[in-house]
Ligand binder design. Sequence first.
Ligand SMILES: [Zn+2]
Length: 703
Amino acid sequence: MVPLKNSPGSPVFYDPRGRRWRHVRRTYLALGIVATAVTAIFIASVLSAPFLPRYDLRPLKNLPHPADLKPQPRAVLPNAREVKAKKEQAELQKAYLQTPRVPGRHPELMQVAPPANAPLPAPASFGAKQLSIGFYIDWDESSYSSLERNLNRLDWLMPQWAHLVTPDKPGDRSIADDLTNADSEAEHDQALKALNLIRQKRPQLPIIPIVQNLSNEKWEKDVLAKAVADENSRQALITAISNFVEQNKFAGVCIDFEETLPETHANLLRFMQELHAAFQPRGWLVVQSVPFDDQQWHYKDYAAASDYLLLMAYDEHYAGKEAGSIASQGWYESLLSKRMNELNPAKTIIALGSYGYDWTEGKNAQEISFQEAVIHANESEAQIEWDSATRNPHYEYDEEDESHHIVWFLDAVTAFNQMRAASGYHPAGFALWRMGSEDPSLWSVFGTDEANPSPESLRKMSYGYEVDFEGTGELLKVQASPHEGERGISVDANTGFISSESYDNKKIPTSYVIERTGDHPGWIALTFDDGPDPKWTPRILDILKQENVPATFFVMGKNGQAYPDLLRREVNEGHEIGNHTFTHPNLGEIPGRVTDLELNATQRLIESITGRSTVLFRPPYFGDAEADRPEEVEPAIRARDLGYIMVGLRIDPGDWKLGANPDEIVQKTIERAEDTNPETRGQVILLHDSGGDREARGGAHSL
Ligand SMILES: [Zn+2]
């Protein structure tokens, strides 16, 4: 990126290195300012600043090979090029006449569709089919993937969307929720995305959000004690929860207060009674989740103060405890029998786990997903064993640092046995903790219409919810498509339980594999998306020229067509051109063949104007463009098949957001670039050289 003098063949996509970073930073400050369109005075002051560095660079040894990145000029006659460009555009236009044109949208910023007006379904009546309930969380994208894949299997969704806060002064809200004021922007986006999905695809699905006393991964006993301490605080909490339910047209609430102090129970029970009394006349459900077995909890009293008690039937061994089964069949059956002796099964929901823990000496165990558990067993060449005493799978392995690890997990087979053991009691339903960490095969027995699903379907293992990345760097290429796997099971013909299962590392399902390349620590690349634009592109080009810094412009075909001179100037001044589609659609929302046309029309246009073609591609709207979920990989495969390299954007300082300020943009960039972890370090910086749309769309236009 920073030019290497007297080195004409060198690539311009990357930026060398270490000690020059300080200089690049200053140039970047200037660019950030222009891109954010803050003030012309600022630009003038920075440009005229005498301390701006001149580059005086030595050539570096290990540059990427030019052929990797540099578009190769093609010897095509100008006329023929123009003809081709016109033809591709006509094709694209024709395709859009036949395909409903979905305006490009950043999924997280889409308007949440208004709740359906139809009345909510009545609480389920209990025939043969039990309720199937999914817990949803915002802090892992795999939860959204599972929701998308399994939405039609759910009777209720329980999203982890709210937690207690201590009000600063009387009248302040006593809960915080992810839909309005999440702790992190990413969680807020995930919550809106999930709500949107449900409102569009299954508007009648009852949503029963969980309210917890959990904050920063800690159960807040004292915050809870205060929140239910007296009549005033309890009523304030009930009002806050009622508003949350009413505003979003939820079907009720699930109260999940854990690690309760013994002295809090009397007040908590009073709170549940008051909440239930407030919710009942409005037709809202009250569910309370409770530990599977804790003598401090008076189960019968709590059951009387809610519509449903939800028994959390997992964590027999957990992170702060010694390694062991997470829900052994014997432990589960004996506690279930104990609870069912005192509770009405028709008002009881059993929550099953599908996740694992990885224990190692001297550290708190790590919670892992099913997918992580089996992939890790494969990678560390460990053999997954079925423990016949507990009927839970487990394995052990040694890390390169010689630490010894013990992994126990729950899968679709353990869930099948647990559901089978509970079926005799006819509980109201089963809940899954949690969507995204589960064994995907679970859905062949969970949330099906069959009263007694056959265990045979569990032999097939479906691939997981995460994409596998290999290598480091921000140039991305899809290497492999998903494969299903299989496992062995033995079914006891007398009891119908699965008596054992066997895993074969060679038959473990695999997801998409994406290879990362182009990692060059200490280098950075400047990229500008969405242009060219008559207002901003010339100013940015002036600065780049003055500082002798090449960049990559991911152009929109439409804009390139409108401003061909700017496109030519970019190329003439030594910059790279990349393909950012012709009309900037969300590629996740259009058919694959239209994606092809979007890319081809842009490519032909670039060729006809500049006489060069490009191998670089960046899809609009895809977060960091890295396709974290299998559902996002399809456009990447299309692009690969057309010969493109996808370029990520780890460093997104958010210049497209309204009110972005240059200092923050620079600060964010420096933080990401100075990260020393190759798994997260950013080298490719995303900026925008087209600003008009940004203002017009009120921030909805991004990436
Ligand atoms: Zn864009």
